[in-house]
Ligand binder design. Structure first.
Ligand SMILES: C[S@@+](CC[C@H](N)C(=O)[O-])C[C@H]1O[C@@H](n2cnc3c(N)ncnc32)[C@H](O)[C@@H]1O
Length: 215
């Protein structure tokens, strides 16, 4: 219960931080954002409220249903003109190389199986000086939450978690995230935890080298 409350508070805090940093990044560049695994748009709906009228926000998800929900929600709120929605698998993004300066995801990568392939795509569509900002669940050995989760059987053994195939609905150790991110063309600029008590954190990454791959 206490953990759940802490996690809820940390989620809210992270959402605001992500919102702040993504809106600043897009306002300082081309006023565009590509959001990955947008779902019902808990994050995007708020971003749309705050960004300028000429902003262009692209929401993508593998599932059409939550995107339809977001379409209805934003149509009611009057923010739909700034939004484009697209059914797209994060592992096969249908955008050209270097198309975006700002990419975001609010607990999206956690849910993509073979997360590394999604990072590879993000690295490809990002401009060389662009950024991806995302929130995620992760753990660091020694963090208090690891002990709590182990006690209730919710944390899998590090051995299993390090397996390449494991996907991340329940969170990964930060070492595993880092490995995946670096392996697929992104470099971590910073990480932050709103609270060391929970497994929620945020990362900012940039491409490691100029894009040379085919779109
Ligand atoms: C926790 S929700 C994301 C929440 C959302 N970002 C928000 O702000 O409300 C996870 C989403 O990941 C999507 N997803 C899972 N696998 C995916 C994939 N391969 N490509 C794109 N989206 C995927 C799911 O359909 C789901 O909508």
């Amino acid at each position: 219960m206490v953990y759940q409350r802490a996690q809820k508070a940390a989620t809210q805090k992270t959402k605001h931080k992500l919102f702040d940093i993504v809106s600043r990044s897009s306002a300082a560049s081309d006023n565009m954002v590509l959001d990955v695994a947008t779902g019902m748009g808990t994050f995007l709906a708020q971003l749309l409220e705050k960004c300028s009228a000429d902003a262009s926000i692209i929401g993508t998800d593998i599932d059409e249903k939550p995107l339809r929900g977001l379409m209805n929600k934003t149509a009611k709120a009057g923010t739909y003109p700034k939004l484009s929605l697209m059914v797209a698998d994060a592992k096969h993004l249908c955008f050209q190389n270097n198309a975006f300066f700002t990419v975001s995801s609010f607990f999206g990568f956690d849910n993509v199986s073979e997360t590394a392939l999604a990072f590879k795509q993000v690295s490809r569509v990002l401009q060389d000086d662009g950024h991806v900002f995302f929130t995620s669940l992760w753990y660091e050995e020694g963090q208090r939450v690891c002990g709590l989760l182990r006690n209730v059987g919710l944390l899998r053994s590090p051995v299993k978690l390090h397996s390449r195939k494991h996907w991340t609905g329940q969170g990964l150790f930060l070492t595993v995230w880092k490995k995946r991110i670096l392996e697929f063309g992104l470099i971590i600029r910073w990480t932050c935890y709103p609270s060391m008590e929970t497994s929620i954190g945020m990362l900012s990454c940039m491409p490691t080298s100029p894009n040379t791959e085919d779109s």
